[in-house]
Design a protein around this ligand. Structure first.
Ligand code: AHM
Ligand code: MG
Length: 358
């Protein structure tokens, strides 16, 4: 019941941003340094934040702006229909890094090959990998979407443009995170020193620190998966879902945008699953700019990321757009899913031995 007699305490409104720790200041504080590398990382994060603000601004008014919503009529390299917002957001990331001297090369879900910014290359020692709009199907219905990013040091010249130096495990990432476009716009990042969340204050136009050193609960109630794919899963994944259906304490949450689902799990605990399906045996999500950055983040928060049989961070992609099954979230919940997979595998092996003997 609202007590209308009580005056509102407006002090609380300013409690969080009283110190106004901005993103760039936070990066420098984390590194305890003003070295060239620290300045680079701070500048990189500021540019990513600028991309986030530009995308958030467009999303906020998308229903009022001509040509903001709907499909372009094209399909991308993944064979998926491209939305106008995908194209816009992809271009925003390119534009904010032009003439920055920071990033020589960008690679994204929307581009078959890496995009070079030649004027940056003499100086820019980094590659930005990103999913400009994650959860595109939510755009036209005004639900949350996100952007995912990962930063790696560029190794060598990549003269043939194959980006072979990117085909390495996730431990090579030096920073990763996401921007969530929800009721507030939030940026969550890690540079290998914990996970920190910033909320965009539109009146300042700045991301202000709102949660520091986020630790994911070791177990949580949420399981987040597209259950419409049940018929397409392997038996161990079905075993796990049958298990949660039959035990108290679980609740299903699935938004259609990975960033939103992971954001919930980061704060409240639980597990996100996008396993292989009949139609997509490797799952849907792409390693380099979806699964690996989120794995890096979740591990930094004390959680776990797995294909079901291997740590996501250890997976080496064979091409830029390689997909992997993804099981991500609270350590105990991910391990429980893995145990169902291991159990079935053991049973199958035992069965094979028995059959061969007899
Ligand atoms: P997108 O980056 O093309 O939007 O695809 C990734 C999205 C994830 O955000 C989400 O978890 C998943 O695809 C939803 O897929 P589905 O509709 O098959 O459940
Ligand atoms: Mg995506």
């Amino acid at each position: 019941m609202v007590d209308f007699e009580q005056p509102l305490n407006l002090e609380h409104e300013y409690l969080l941003d009283r110190d106004c720790t901005t993103l760039s200041r936070h990066v420098l504080q984390q590194l305890h340094s003003f070295s060239a590398d620290a300045q680079d990382l701070s500048a990189l994060m500021s540019r990513i934040a600028l991309a986030g603000k530009l995308i958030a601004r467009r999303l906020t008014r998308a229903g009022l702006v001509e040509d903001a919503l709907g499909f372009t009529g094209r399909t991308n390299v993944q064979g998926e229909s491209v939305k106008k917002m995908d194209v816009f957001a992809n271009q925003v990331f390119i534009s904010v890094f032009e003439q920055s001297g920071l990033v020589c090369r960008l690679a994204s879900e929307e581009m078959e090959k890496p995009y070079y910014i030649p004027e940056n290359c003499p100086l820019g020692r980094y590659t930005l990998l990103y999913d400009p709009i994650d959860g595109s199907s939510n755009v036209d219905i005004n639900l949350n979407v996100g952007s995912i990013f990962s930063i790696r040091r560029q190794q060598g010249e990549d003269q043939d443009g194959t980006a072979a130096d990117l085909l390495r495990h996730g431990h090579d990432q030096i920073a990763a995170g996401y921007i969530l476009y929800g009721p507030s716009t939030m940026l969550v990042y890690s540079i290998g020193k914990g996970v920190h969340a910033f909320t965009l204050d539109p009146s300042l136009g700045e991301f202000i620190l709102s949660s520091e050193n986020i630790q994911i609960p070791t177990h949580g109630p949420v399981y987040s998966v597209n259950e419409g794919n049940f018929w397409q899963w392997s038996e161990p994944i079905r075993d796990y879902i049958r298990y949660v259906h039959r035990h108290e304490g679980y609740t299903a949450r699935y938004s259609g945008a990975l960033v939103g689902d992971i954001h919930r799990i980061l704060f409240q605990g639980g597990v996100f699953l996008y396993p292989g399906t009949v139609k997509k045996p490797e799952g849907k999500l792409r390693l380099l700019y979806e699964s690996a950055p989120l794995a890096y983040l979740v591990e930094q928060a004390g959680g776990k990321a797995s294909t079901g049989t291997q740590d996501i961070m250890d997976v080496i992609p064979d091409h830029l757009h390689t997909r992997t099954p993804l099981i991500l979230g609270s350590r105990e919940d991910v391990e429980l899913v893995e145990s169902f997979i291991a159990d079935r595998r053991r049973q199958t092996e035992e069965q094979t031995v028995l059959t061969s003997k007899g």
